[in-house]
Design a protein around this ligand. Structure first.
Ligand code: ADP
Ligand code: MG
Length: 251
């Protein structure tokens, strides 16, 4: 089980606090009175059934939905400043026949010049530097559409890490990744969290990784149903009720 690096007292550390967050879309209340507190260097996993509001929560932190309540980022020396957020969206689909390479994808995201003009030595070196952060320099000339689920997540992660954010947000990074790839990806997130002391917020349906990698787990279903360590949440009555588990087996 992981233990918190900063405890509940922020002191001089940075953190993201979500206070009494309510999000309505049209007449529907999608999130109600959500309170969460993530410290830098910590990973919070958001779990919940389909339609629980996990992606809506992420989009709200990214500034894409109006909300009531407060989303506050604080860091020593950065008070009042907006945090840098790195975002890995739910895996986009690329056509295997599409000629776009990983280098082209970086160029499209990071440069105003069209990818068909080729890549200067300096740009290629910069892309390799970004890919090195995810141990992925060998992927630079691969076609994006031919990458495995785990490789694609690493490329998207490398894009989200430039510039190094204060908060890294990933929506279902483990879906479409095989079991071995899931462990590799979680090990990499663990390394990145340690190296850059950033907060990680991720959603997942893969509960087997939670005990080893998550500092906090929030079970939500439009509101926070249970918040605690992985074990506290996975062993809770609330978890079993929401996911209809009986005797460790899903009904
Ligand atoms: P999750 O990611 O937990 O599966 P979502 O956040 O995607 O859930 O969706 C939560 C609820 O909000 C769903 O009922 C969904 O239909 C609704 N919802 C999400 N985005 C919109 C939108 N832009 N317009 C209307 N309803 C939406
Ligand atoms: Mg979602």
């Amino acid at each position: 089980m992981r233990t918190s690096l900063h405890g509940m007292n922020c002191g001089d550390s940075c953190c993201l606090q979500v206070k009494n967050l309510t999000v309505r879309i049209g007449s529907d209340s999608i999130l109600e009175n959500i309170n969460l507190h993530i410290h830098c260097g910590e990973l919070l996993a958001l779990i919940g059934p389909n339609g629980a509001g996990k992606s809506t929560f992420i989009k709200t932190v990214l500034g894409q939905h109006d909300y009531e309540g407060a989303i506050v980022f604080s860091a020593p020396g950065q008070r009042g400043q907006k945090p840098k957020i790195g975002y890995v969206p739910q895996s986009p689909a690329f056509d295997p026949g599409d000629p776009v390479s990983v280098a082209d994808l970086f160029a499209c995201c990071q440069s105003r010049l069209p990818a068909f003009l080729g890549h200067s030595k300096a740009r290629r070196a910069k892309i390799l530097e970004c890919l090195d952060r995810v141990h992925g320099r060998g992927l630079i000339d691969k076609r994006v559409g031919t990458l495995s689920g785990g490789e694609l997540q690493r490329v998207l992660l490398a894009l989200a890490l430039e510039p190094i954010p204060n908060i890294l947000i990933l929506d279902e990074p483990l879906s479409g990744v095989d079991v071995e790839g899931q462990t590799d990806l979680m090990d990499m997130l663990d390394e990145i969290r340690d190296t850059y002391d950033l907060s990680i917020l991720m959603t997942t349906h893969d509960f087997s990784v939670l005990d080893k990698y998550a500092d906090q787990v929030a079970l939500i279903d439009h509101r926070v149903i249970k918040l605690g360590t992985a074990r506290e949440v996975l062993d809770s009555e609330e978890f079993h009720r929401v996911f209809r588990y009986k005797g460790g087996v899903r009904e």
